[in-house]
Design a protein around this ligand. Structure first.
Ligand SMILES: C[S@@+](CC[C@H](N)C(=O)[O-])C[C@H]1O[C@@H](n2cnc3c(N)ncnc32)[C@H](O)[C@@H]1O
Length: 289
């Protein structure tokens, strides 16, 4: 047996034993939603395996399987980190449409449908590789890389979620660059003070007071030193093109450093001044249209 399945098996066993739902430090709304989702797990034993039902926050509600090296996260994790909220669930129950990109086995999306009663026709899922668990759902499934051309969906979505997927998806770009340059950093330190001024101005809404050449310099340095960022930008443009007006793109997981978020914000706002970029209080990056 190779190392990987053994490790996977061991992690699974540890996680399966953790049953306690710890709600400390969470606001009342998230506590209530997590309790509701935890309640659904107990009646959905035929839908979720024991590894997908862990209630323990210290393990991030994650499980893996022996066929991939990915960690997968259940609905409780995505509620804890506000990728999904009560308001979004209400909206989906009432007809809003969701696309989940990098959905893996769709633990969150299955909970939305089987637990919270969101109609399956309101949920579409997409991934580079389709996980076998998707065949046990009625969701419309799309297979593509988030960085390549997006398919025609017919209608725009109210919500496009990237549940713990962007960080994983950009890692091959980073690995290629780090290997080539024998250098590994996710922020650039060149012209540090200049770049920091632009970044701060972006987040404080005072970009109009910054000289255009300073902004251009910041964008150019980031594109040179963090060459995966233009891929992320194009990917977000594809997502925006498939988002309805008033909709939201929500991302969580290995979030981008604030320097990169400022780059994306400046570039997106240049052509779409109506777009909003917000770093949520508990992790998610929210882009609204
Ligand atoms: C850490 S898993 C998260 C899965 C699931 N959303 C969750 O919350 O458990 C990352 C997922 O991103 C997918 N992924 C990786 N690169 C991708 C790409 N370029 N385009 C679309 N999906 C990708 C992987 O196949 C995997 O299912």
């Amino acid at each position: 047996m190779s190392d990987k399945p053994e490790l996977s098996l061991q992690l699974k066993c540890n996680w399966r034993d953790k049953k306690a739902l710890n709600l400390s430090g969470l606001d009342k709304k998230r506590q209530a939603l997590m309790k509701e989702a935890a309640g659904h797990f107990s009646r959905l034993k035929h839908i979720f395996g024991p590894d997908e039902r862990s209630l323990d926050r210290s393990t991030c509600f994650a499980h893996t399987d022996s066929s991939t090296s990915y960690m997968y996260f259940n609905a409780l994790h995505h509620i804890e980190f506000s990728l999904i909220t009560r308001e979004i669930i209400d909206d989906l129950q009432n007809g809003a449409r969701l696309l989940s990109v990098g959905s893996g086995p769709a633990d969150l999306e299955r909970m939305l449908h089987f637990g919270f009663g969101v109609p399956a026709e309101n949920i579409e899922v997409a991934d580079l590789e389709l996980h076998p668990a998707l065949s046990r759902t009625d969701f419309k499934v799309h297979q593509f890389s988030m960085f390549s051309e997006w398919p025609q969906f017919g209608r725009p979505f109210k919500y496009i979620l990237f549940p713990e997927s962007l960080g994983v998806a950009i890692s091959p770009f980073k690995a290629e660059f780090f290997n080539k340059h024998r250098y590994c950093s996710v922020i650039t330190h060149r012209f540090h003070n200049d770049l920091e001024c632009v970044e701060k101005a972006f987040f404080s809404g005072t970009l109009k007071d910054v000289r255009q050449e300073d902004i251009r310099q910041m964008l150019q340095v980031i594109e040179m030193d963090l060459p995966w960022m233009p891929h992320v930008l194009n990917m977000l443009k594809s997502a925006l093109a498939n988002l309805e007006s008033g909709g939201q793109i929500r991302l969580n997981g290995h979030l981008l450093p604030t320097q990169s978020i400022a780059y994306l914000g400046i570039m997106l706002l240049e052509h779409n001044p109506q777009v909003g970029i917000e770093l949520g209080d508990v992790n998610p990056l929210i882009i609204s249209k």
